[in-house]
Design a protein around this ligand. Structure first.
Ligand code: CP3
Length: 349
């Protein structure tokens, strides 16, 4: 079994730097587009065999060191009772937008094995099909990032409705966040019980806050999830499953983030990795952090950037190579294959 990724998560010695890529199953792969041509995105998420099929594609094609479950962070919103749809070109649409007491009260904290069984079924299929080849990463959105979609009703530019709720109606915001936090906690436990070997919490929009607002209105809920998961793993005498916390545009927030209790810190490209490591406290495991659009550079320039990231990572206890955000659909697939090869070759001791 290739357990290099899990060893790196735990800060143990590895023979080379493991790599996986956010959004590694996606439209930049013709093999993904072929499956997607037969089913819409939500249908793919809800059909365990299809979700498992596209999860395995990048493992075969790219030779990455981990698989990440194919799904979406918005799946739990539907399970909580909000309508969810993905529109071509418009991205996700959630309705009704959650903006008052009435809509918050109608949301519930669902049993994940009941309402999102297709996710756990996909995990169970994948663990069989992977047969130990590489570990499987499960994931969820962080409560704040999930809340932005629920409150805005979709993607947003300035998060006006979200920030208005935080500032104008903090009790309502807290009651919504408590429901989302309870849902995500149960959801991640169900994924781990089904066989997820690591979990990543995505806080894509955390960077829209000032540091103190981030701490009070986003990070506090993530801390609660992580400490709850850790206590549960101990009580159940389970092998510790590493928790990765990724925050988008986190450069101004690292001193807050370092207190979250995660095993691995995801870092985007807007900061040099050595700088991020120092500000996270030094003795940490980091994941990142090349600009996804640097994948459009010629291969020799990509190689220089790989070397640069690997060099800057040497001050950390552990490093998992990744892009600083998801790979975009237009990305040349050959460059992604080359990236994985470069990271493996250049980091090998
Ligand atoms: O990383 C992986 O390969 C696992 C699968 C995964 C998807 N979404 C598949 C997806 C993961 C981990 C996500 C997380 C996700 N989803 C996030 C957090 C990380 C990030 O990218 O910031 C967010 C904010 C979402 C919400 C979401 N899902 C949006 C805004 C969109 C539309 C934009 C787009 O890229 O089309 C999606 C759709 C989505 N999720 C696609 C995929 C492969 C594209 C669907 C398609 O095939 O058309």
């Amino acid at each position: 079994m290739n357990d290099t990724f899990l060893k790196a998560c735990r800060g143990e010695k590895v023979d080379y730097t493991p790599i996986w890529i956010m959004r590694q199953a996606g439209r930049y792969l013709a093999e993904y587009r072929a499956v997607r041509g037969k089913a819409d995105f939500l249908k793919m998420c809800k059909t365990p065999e299809l979700a498992a099929e596209v999860t395995l594609q990048p493992v075969d094609i790219l030779n990455v060191d981990a698989a990440i479950l194919f799904s979406d962070i918005l799946i739990p919103c539907e399970a909580m009772g909000q309508g969810l749809d993905f529109h071509e070109g418009k991205g996700p649409l959630l309705s009704p937008a959650i903006r008052d007491k009435d809509t918050v009260n109608k949301l519930f904290v669902p049993d994940p094995e009941d309402t999102m069984k297709f996710v756990m079924d996909a995990i169970r299929i994948l663990r069989k099909e992977l047969a130990g080849r590489v570990p499987l990463i499960g994931f969820a959105g962080a409560p704040f990032t999930t809340a932005t979609y629920m409150i805005e009703g979709g993607t947003s530019k300035n998060f006006l409705n979200t920030k208005r709720m935080v500032y104008e109606n903090p009790e309502l915001y807290k009651s919504l966040m408590d429901k989302i936090t309870a849902t995500i906690t149960l959801y991640l436990k169900a994924q781990i019980s089904a066989g997820a070997q690591a979990v990543q919490i995505f806080d894509t929009w955390g960077g829209i806050f000032s540091p103190s607002d981030f701490r009070d209105h986003a990070l506090s809920y993530v801390k609660k999830i992580i400490s709850d998961l850790k206590q549960w793993m101990l009580a159940e005498r389970r092998e510790a499953v590493p928790v990765i916390y990724f925050v988008g545009e986190s450069a101004g927030l690292l001193e807050e983030i370092k207190t979250c209790g995660a095993d691995v810190f995801g870092v985007d490209w807007r900061i040099n990795l050595d700088d991020a490591i120092r500000r996270l406290g030094g003795d940490v495991v980091v994941q990142g952090n090349m600009d996804p659009l640097a994948m459009f550079l010629p291969k020799e320039k990509i190689e220089q950037r790989v070397k640069d990231v690997l060099n800057r990572a040497t001050s950390a206890r552990g490093h998992i190579f990744n892009l600083g955000h998801g790979v975009v659909p237009e990305t040349p697939r050959d460059n992604v294959i080359a990236l994985v090869e470069m990271v493996h070759r250049l980091s090998r001791k």
